[in-house]
Design a protein around this ligand. Structure first.
Ligand SMILES: C[S@@+](CC[C@H](N)C(=O)[O-])C[C@H]1O[C@@H](n2cnc3c(N)ncnc32)[C@H](O)[C@@H]1O
Length: 272
């Protein structure tokens, strides 16, 4: 078994986590700016995807004619996003930076931290630094959307979390040789530190590409998932936003964040 960094496997990651409707998610993000944004940002068309990974949302906004930026810490992910944007003929700006500390050349109207990438922020200080960094790079009236796991699911009693994805499962990988990725994201015996509230999460990708031997990439990385009230307190502490909305999914219109069945995610919308 080779042990390499999880996010260096950009294509396998993309295949493993692309069973989503990126167009619908971007429609929701646009709805957030129209509905929750203020002047002048609500009339601007600029988007920043934080911890962007393959930057599928940023690429979709670029396709819609927005100024669009993907920011990530991983050079491999940025390279993958750049190559993908070139192949698609869309203009994407890429920024290699830590999401807790960065400066864009021009502020944006809309920013998003999606699909639990927020769980890479491990301490209260990192969360506050991230919220302030995003706000510094937003236009007045700009909107920041955070999508996280619903608090009812963060104790991870459904572990191990395993599935298989194939490059043929969606139309997104037409140019890629047939690849199957068996994913483990969280093992049954992953340790949880009840003081730091961090999980040491096991991730494993078994990558089978036509004509090549199977590769196995395993990694252990700390994550922290947030409860609604602690996040509420950290947003207040940051002092960076003037208004907050809490939703239970990225639908138009979104359900409220509550303990009902329609509330599957924790989606926080912040206005500068
Ligand atoms: C779950 S993945 C990408 C998710 C992507 N937003 C999506 O919706 O598919 C998380 C990404 O966060 C990046 N990342 C982790 N810590 C980071 C940090 N401190 N600053 C910027 N990016 C970070 C990783 O390199 C990885 O590409």
């Amino acid at each position: 078994m080779t042990s390499e960094r999880f996010y260096a496997e950009s294509l396998a990651y993309d295949i493993a986590f692309s069973d989503r409707d990126f167009g619908e998610e971007c429609n929701f993000l646009e709805w957030c700016l129209r509905t929750c944004g203020g002047e002048p940002a609500m009339h601007e068309r600029s988007f920043l995807e934080l911890a962007a990974g393959p930057a599928r949302h940023a690429r979709e906004f670029a396709r819609r004619g927005w100024r669009s930026i993907g920011l990530d810490l991983s050079p491999d992910m940025l390279h993958y996003a750049e190559q993908s944007a070139q192949r698609e003929g869309v203009r994407l700006e890429l920024v290699h930076a830590d999401m807790t500390h960065f400066s864009l050349e021009q502020p944006v109207a809309l920013a998003a931290n999606l699909m639990e990438s927020f769980s890479h922020l491990l301490t209260n200080e990192q969360v506050v630094a991230h919220l302030r960094a995003v706000a510094r790079n937003l236009l007045p009236g700009g909107v920041f959307v955070i999508e996280m796991a619903h608090p009812s699911t963060i104790w991870r009693d459904s572990l191990p979390n395993e599935w298989v994805s194939r490059s043929t499962d969606t139309s997104l990988f037409a140019d890629v040789p047939f690849t199957e990725v068996e994913v483990l994201f969280g093992a049954q015996d992953d340790p949880y530190d009840c003081i730091t509230q961090q999980w040491m999460v096991t991730t494993r990708l078994r990558i089978r590409t036509a004509g090549q031997p199977e590769r196995v990439v395993e990694h252990h990385h700390p994550h922290r998932w947030y409860l609604a009230q602690e996040l509420h307190a950290l947003i207040d502490l940051s002092g960076a936003f003037s208004q907050t909305w809490w939703f239970g999914n990225m639908l138009i219109p979104p359900p409220p964040l509550d303990c009902g069945p329609a509330s599957e995610r924790m989606v926080v919308v912040l206005r500068k």
